[in-house]
Design a protein around this ligand. Structure first.
Ligand SMILES: CC(C)(COP(=O)(O)OP(=O)(O)OC[C@H]1O[C@@H](n2cnc3c(N)ncnc32)[C@H](O)[C@@H]1OP(=O)(O)O)[C@@H](O)C(=O)NCCC(=O)NCCS
Length: 138
């Protein structure tokens, strides 16, 4: 049947978190399980997964803040990278955002993640002249 993209359920949580850890996307100051739960619980966000014959092969978090669509935690299983799964997940994330009325999609890439920057470039994403400013709440 090939790779199928769908919305994650609570049953996918463990495998998704493991994939994010495996692909180097987690950081000590973030709790990926909690991130999964929050995104899954809100109607303005979701987690999309790519599954091949019961195996989780990719995942992405997507959300709409009322103005822009944001993508986080895009990951493809290490042994399946380069096979079009990342592109398929980004396509699904864009479709999800269009459905909820988002006029634009954007994302943050760690500055040293050259491989991901090459990937997004191949998908037509452009570097924007902004800096990201943030502060922890609580
Ligand atoms: C980044 C990532 C999600 C890409 O997924 P993928 O399934 O390997 O990518 P795809 O096979 O769908 O590639 C799509 C296109 O991008 C191109 N591409 C991928 N990486 C590229 C790179 N570093 N430079 C140039 N082009 C690249 C591919 O050649 C392909 O082009 P094509 O469709 O015209 O053939 C995956 O490599 C990954 O999980 N990386 C580790 C986690 C990570 O860094 N995530 C991003 C966080 S911001």
């Amino acid at each position: 049947m090939g790779v199928v993209v769908s919305s994650a359920t609570a049953a996918d949580r463990e495998a998704v978190v493991e994939l994010w850890q495996q692909t180097g996307l987690t950081r000590p100051w973030n709790d990926p399980g909690k991130d999964f739960d929050l995104a899954a619980a809100n109607v303005t966000s979701t987690i999309l997964i790519a599954v091949d014959d019961d195996d989780l092969v990719g995942a992405v978090m997507v959300g709409f803040d009322g103005h822009r669509g944001w993508v986080y935690y895009l990951a493809c299983a290490p042994d399946r990278q380069g096979g079009g799964i990342g592109r398929a997940l980004m396509g699904a994330a864009e479709d999800w955002l269009k459905t909820v009325g988002s006029p634009k999609v954007q994302l943050m890439v760690r500055g040293d993640n050259e491989a991901a920057r090459g990937f997004y470039d191949a998908l037509g994403y452009e570097l924007q002249d902004v800096v990201t400013i943030g502060r922890r709440l609580g």
